[in-house]
Design a protein around this ligand. Structure first.
Ligand code: HEM
Length: 366
C-alpha cells in the first residue's frame, strides 16, 4: 500500500508499465512477425478502454434512475454523462478509419493465428448491450448458439445476472410512466392531442380535395397515402391498438410511457420540459450511434474479409449487418416523430397546467 503523501509519478499513476507491456503480437511469437498486428491489438485495446468508460457513465445514470423520485439536478447530470457517451461513440466510429489503413492482405498475414478469438467475445460490449436494454429474445442467433455460451462460466453468470437487472430501457420506461403530465386537473393530453390531430388531418384532406391544380387521379393517390398516415395515428389514440403492436413485437415501450414521451416532444419548448427532452434526445443519439458503429464495423469487415466467415464462427458480414438492423433498443423513441404535429396546430397548455408542471419538478425530494 502507498504511503499517504508519497509523490505520484505520471507513469506510476497511469500504470504505464503494465499498459505498455500488454501488446504481444502472436505473429512475432510464432516467428513470422506481421507489422500491422500491433495496430490491430492497440485498436482493440483502445475500444475496450472506451467501453469501460461508457459503462462507467452508464452505470452512474442507471443508479440515478433506480430512485423512485429523480431530482431535476440529477436529470441534468444524467444528460451530461449521456453526452459524454455520445462523444466517445463518435470517436469509436472515426477510429475504424485508422484500422482501415491496414489492407486486407496485411490482415491475412496474421488472421489465421486469431481463430477462434473474435470481437464477439467482448464481455464489455455485451454488458453495454444488456445494460442499454437489448433483450435476449431479440438477439440474432449466432451459429444457433446462445451468445453467452462463448464466455467463461464466471462471465456467463455475470451476464445472466445483468440480464435480470432492470436495464436503461426499463428504468426510462418507469420514469416516463411516473410523469404526471398526461392527466392533470382540467387537462387531458390524449383528448386535446387527438382533437388537434383530427383537425390537422381534416385540413390536409380538404386542401388536397380542393386543389384545382391536382388531376383527379393524383388526388385519389394522395388521399390514399393520407389514409395510411391516419392509420398510424389511430395506433397512438388507442391503448389496445398499441398493445397489439407490442404483442407483434413491432413496439416495445408501454402505452403510458409512449404518451409521456410524446408529450415531452410536443411541449419541449416549455422550460420545465427542456431537460426531459434533452434526455430523450441523448438516448436516441446513443442508440443511433451504436447502430452506426455496427454498420461501420460491418462495412469494414466486408472490406477486410469479404464474404468469408468470421474467426468467431459466424457468417461474418451478413450476421453483422443483421445485428445492425435489428439490435436497436429505443426504436420506439425514433418512431415518435410519426406522431408529431406542427407547433402551430398544438393546443396551448392551460396556465394552471404549466404551473403544475413547474411545481412537480421543483418540489424537494421529501
Ligand atoms: C480487421 C478487423 C476486424 C474484423 C475483420 C472483424 C470481424 C468481425 C466478425 C467477422 C465478427 C462476427 C463474429 C465472428 O464470426 O467473428 C465480429 C464481431 C465483432 N467485432 Fe469485429 N472485426 C474487426 C475489428 C473489430 C474491432 C476493432 C472491434 C472493437 C472492439 C471489434 C468488435 C467486434 C464486436 C463487439 C463484435 C460482436 C458484434 C455483434 O455480435 O453484434 N471488431 N468482428
Amino acid at each position: 500500500m502507498k504511503k499517504k503523501n508519497e509523490p505520484v509519478s505520471y507513469a506510476g499513476y497511469l500504470q504505464l508499465e503494465r499498459v505498455l507491456s500488454s501488446q504481444s503480437p502472436i505473429s512475432r511469437e510464432r516467428g513470422v512477425s506481421a507489422h500491422d498486428e500491433m495496430l490491430f491489438i492497440v485498436i482493440h485495446q483502445t475500444y475496450e478502454l472506451w467501453f469501460k468508460q461508457i459503462l462507467h457513465e452508464l452505470d452512474s445514470v442507471l443508479e440515478m434512475f433506480r430512485e423512485q423520485y429523480i431530482d431535476e439536478r440529477n436529470i441534468g447530470v444524467a444528460v451530461s454523462r449521456l453526452q459524454r457517451i455520445i462523444e466517445i461513440q463518435k470517436i469509436m466510429i472515426d477510429q475504424v478509419r485508422i484500422l482501415e489503413t491496414m489492407t486486407p492482405l496485411d490482415f491475412l498475414d496474421f488472421r489465421h493465428f486469431l481463430t477462434p478469438a473474435s470481437g464477439f467475445q467482448s464481455f464489455q460490449f455485451r454488458a453495454l448491450e444488456i445494460k442499454l436494454g437489448l433483450s435476449p429474445a431479440r438477439r440474432i442467433k449466432y451459429s444457433q448458439q446462445a451468445y453467452h455460451t462463448l464466455f467463461s462460466e464466471e462471465e456467463q453468470t455475470r451476464l445472466l445476472e445483468m440480464e435480470k437487472a432492470p436495464s436503461f430501457f426499463d428504468l426510462l420506461e418507469n420514469w416516463l410512466e411516473r410523469t404526471p403530465f398526461l392527466v392533470l386537473t382540467g387537462f387531458d393530453f390524449l383528448k386535446t392531442y387527438r382533437e388537434a390531430v383530427e383537425k390537422m388531418l381534416a385540413d390536409e384532406r380538404e386542401t388536397v380535395q380542393h386543389n384545382p391544380l391536382l388531376p383527379d387521379e393524383e388526388k385519389q393517390s394522395r388521399l390514399q397515402m393520407m389514409q395510411a398516415n391516419e392509420k398510424h395515428f389511430q395506433t397512438i389514440f388507442s391503448e389496445a391498438a398499441h398493445n397489439q403492436l407490442i404483442g407483434e413485437e413491432r413496439r416495445r415501450l408501454s402505452y403510458r410511457a409512449t404518451l409521456a414521451a410524446l408529450f415531452i416532444h410536443l411541449y419541449r419548448d416549455q422550460p420545465i420540459l427542456h431537460l426531459p427532452y434533452r434526455l430523450l434526445s441523448a438516448v436516441v443519439d446513443i442508440d443511433e450511434l451504436l447502430s452506426t458503429w455496427r454498420y461501420r464495423h460491418a462495412l469494414m469487415v466486408l472490406r477486410m474479409i469479404g464474404r468469408k466467415t468470421g474467426t468467431g464462427g459466424s457468417a461474418g458480414y451478413s450476421y453483422l449487418k443483421q445485428t445492425a438492423e435489428s439490435h436497436r433498443v429505443f426504436a420506439d423513441l425514433f418512431n415518435l416523430s410519426t406522431f408529431l404535429i406542427p407547433r402551430s396546430q398544438l393546443p396551448a397548455l392551460p396556465p394552471e397546467i404549466e404551473e403544475n408542471l413547474g411545481f412537480y419538478f421543483s418540489r424537494s425530494k421529501k
